[in-house]
Design a protein around this ligand. Structure first.
Ligand code: NAD
Length: 310
């Protein structure tokens, strides 16, 4: 399959690298000069449980892509999705599908401005990955991909994607329950990402306080209530199980929103807590803890350079 991955950072390079190793024709599309140059010069250095290897794959700016792929996988941070889609308009053909496995809510609505819903594939992945440096990505740990056509219809191309992803070890399942998985991950992220980002504490230090522990559960409970009121059968028990697992096994991890805050970058909060607050309003609910965390992150993002840190 001919695939362009837009946003070839931690996740885009992991997926692009594994799909390339397993016989797909991959173009990595990014905006980072250092990353593109390193990949074209040395290959993509991918480290997974099976070891480190250089993968020969082409990396480009969007403007230099002139072939139409069968599939575009968008893996920018969600705040850059609109820019990325805008820059890709010339290589999204009438038969090109666009897939998003990005975190958060509202990704389909954003992509739908460029591609009809029947050619959007939406999903969730929990593979972990880190961009170690230009041209270098490390992913330690396993994960799954759950995906579906955004209009809910199964179709042969979806099954080809499933087959290619599984050949590449991406543990892909096509499931009508995709939004259950998406909302459960949103609940997890709305809790862990904002609490670690605001407190600047690693998962273990945050969750081992009585307050951190109970705030995480309160946020998860609010988000799942909104999902349920919106007709999505997401399960609080599943989110609590994942939170408990992260508290116990990922104590030293710094979630991406915390890393963004430490580097004074804009975060994906609008697509996570922000989207939950919006959906809560539309179904007549209030989510006070989720809303306060959203406001705090937005407040800090606007005042990064006035913060008193010592
Ligand atoms: P990342 O920051 O490592 O990579 C994003 C890449 O997009 C960067 O290389 C950046 O240069 C590039 N980019 C930015 N603007 C662009 C544009 N306009 N056009 C093309 N490229 C552009 O981010 P990531 O960690 O790979 O996360 C991507 C998405 O996947 C996010 O929604 C994230 O929440 C989600 N996610 C991440 C993980 C993880 O472990 N890293 C796991 C599951 C889901």
């Amino acid at each position: 399959m001919k695939i362009a991955v837009i946003g070839a950072g931690a996740m885009g390079s992991l997926f692009g690298g594994l799909l390339s190793e397993n016989g797909n024709d991959i173009t990595l599309v990014d905006v980072s000069k250092a990353h593109i140059e390193a990949i074209n010069r040395d290959g993509l250095l991918l480290t997974t449980a099976t070891g480190s290897r250089y993968i020969k794959v082409e990396a480009k700016y969007a403007k230099s892509v002139n072939e139409i792929p069968d599939l575009v996988i968008i893996f920018t941070k969600t705040i850059y999705s609109a820019d990325a889609m805008e820059s890709a308009k010339h290589f999204i053909g009438d038969n090109t599908y666009v897939m998003t496995l990005q975190n958060g809510l509202g990704n389909v609505e954003l992509i739908e401005k460029y591609v009809p819903k029947e050619r959007i594939i939406v999903g969730m992945t929990n593979f972990p990955s880190d961009l170690v440096g230009p041209g270098r990505v490390s992913s330690m740990g396993n994960g799954i991909v759950v995906a579906m056509s955004a209009n809910g219809q199964d179709h042969p191309f979806l099954r080809t994607v499933e087959k290619e992803f599984n050949k590449a070890g991406l543990n892909c399942e096509i499931s009508a329950d995709v939004f259950v998985h998406i909302w459960e991950k949103v609940a997890f992220n709305a809790a862990l990402n904002t609490l670690t980002a605001v407190t600047r504490l690693r998962i273990g230090d945050m969750s081992s306080t009585k307050e951190g522990h109970s705030l995480a559960f309160e946020i998860a409970t609010e988000v799942i209530s909104v999902a349920n009121k919106s007709g999505i059968d997401a399960k609080l028990e599943a989110v609590i199980k994942n939170l408990e697992m992260a508290f116990a096994e990922h104590e030293s991890h710094m979630p991406s929103m915390m890393q963004d805050m430490l580097a004074k970058r804009q975060t994906e909060v609008n697509f996570i807590n922000g989207a939950v607050v919006k959906q809560a309003e539309s179904v007549g609910m209030d989510v006070p803890v989720t809303r306060v965390m959203y406001s705090l992150i937005k407040l800090i993002q606007q005042r990064y350079f006035s913060q008193v840190l010592e």
